[in-house]
Design a protein around this ligand. Structure first.
Ligand SMILES: C[S@@+](CC[C@H](N)C(=O)[O-])C[C@H]1O[C@@H](n2cnc3c(N)ncnc32)[C@H](O)[C@@H]1O
Length: 220
C-alpha cells in the first residue's frame, strides 16, 4: 500500500499537509503503524535545483539548473514545499519489490563489472523520486483538482510493486483519477472511490481518454 499525504492550499478535506503543520504525515503514518509495517519512505520531489558545482565537472553542466513546479508560499517562516512523502506500507515490512523496474543507469561506470554480472547497466534509483507536474496551460481545464499527483508517480508505485503481481489496484481517494489512468496505461485493473461528483466525472473522462490512447474497449 502506498500512501501519499498531499499538501493542499486553502481549504482541504480531511488532514492534508501544510508547512505550518508539518507533523500531519507522521501522525497519519503512526496510525497506519497499528495495522501495517512501514517498509519504505519515498520522497516525491516536485522541484529541485542542481547547482553547477554540485553536479560535478564530469557532467558538463554549464549553469545552475532548476526543474519542476510548485506553488510558492509567501512566508517569512516557511520554505516553499517542494516534496511529499509516499509511505509504502505492507503487512510484513519485507515484501519483495521490483527495484530495477524503476532502475537508473550507474552514474559511475567503474561499476561496470557489477552491472555486467547483473546483465544490465541498472541500479536501484533510491527513495528520492523527481516527478514533476506536467506543464499545463489551464489549471481549471487540465488539472481541476487542488491536490492531485502526477500519473507517473502512481505508475512508479505500481511498477515498483511488480506488474505481474499487481492483480488489482485500489485507490480509496480517487480525485480526478490519476491512479486509474496509470492502471490503464500499465494494463492493470483498478477500483476506486471518490466523494465529489465533479471529480468522479472528470476521472471517468480521463480514464476513457487514456483507454482510447491505449486502444482499450472494455472499460467499466
Ligand atoms: C488528495 S485527493 C486525491 C487526488 C488523486 N490522487 C489524484 O491525483 O487525482 C483526495 C480525494 O479524496 C476524496 N475523498 C475524501 N474523503 C473521501 C471518502 N471518504 N471517500 C471517497 N473519497 C473521498 C476527495 O474528494 C479528494 O478528491
Amino acid at each position: 500500500m502506498c500512501l501519499t499525504l498531499r499538501a493542499v492550499d486553502g481549504q482541504s478535506r480531511g488532514r492534508a499537509r501544510r508547512q505550518s503543520d508539518p507533523w500531519v504525515p507522521f501522525e497519519v503514518a503512526a496510525v497506519m503503524r497499528r495495522h501495517f509495517a512501514l517498509q519504505n519512505v519515498i520522497h516525491w520531489i516536485k522541484a529541485i535545483t542542481i547547482e553547477r558545482d554540485a553536479a560535478g565537472k564530469a557532467h558538463g553542466v554549464a549553469e545552475d539548473l532548476s526543474f519542476g513546479h510548485y506553488k510558492p508560499v509567501n512566508s517569512k517562516a516557511f520554505l516553499n514545499d517542494v516534496h511529499e512523502f509516499v509511505f509504502h506500507f505492507t503487512r510484513t515490512g519485507k515484501v519483495p519489490i521490483e527495484r530495477l523496474a524503476l532502475g537508473v543507469p550507474y552514474q559511475d561506470k567503474s561499476n561496470v563489472q557489477r552491472w555486467k554480472s547483473a546483465g544490465r547497466d541498472r541500479r536501484c534509483r533510491g527513495n528520492a523520486w523527481f516527478v514533476p507536474y506536467e506543464t499545463i496551460q489551464s489549471r481549471s481545464k487540465d488539472r481541476p483538482h487542488p491536490a492531485s499527483f502526477p500519473v507517473r508517480l502512481a505508475e512508479m508505485c505500481i511498477r515498483l510493486h511488480g506488474l505481474d503481481r499487481a492483480g488489482l489496484v485500489l485507490d480509496p481517494f480517487m480525485g480526478i483519477g490519476n491512479t486509474a489512468v496509470a492502471c490503464v496505461r500499465l494494463g492493470v485493473s483498478c477500483v476506486g472511490f471518490e466523494l465529489d461528483a465533479r471529480y468522479h466525472a472528470e476521472s471517468v473522462r480521463r480514464v476513457q481518454e487514456a483507454a482510447e490512447h491505449a486502444g482499450e474497449r472494455e472499460l467499466f
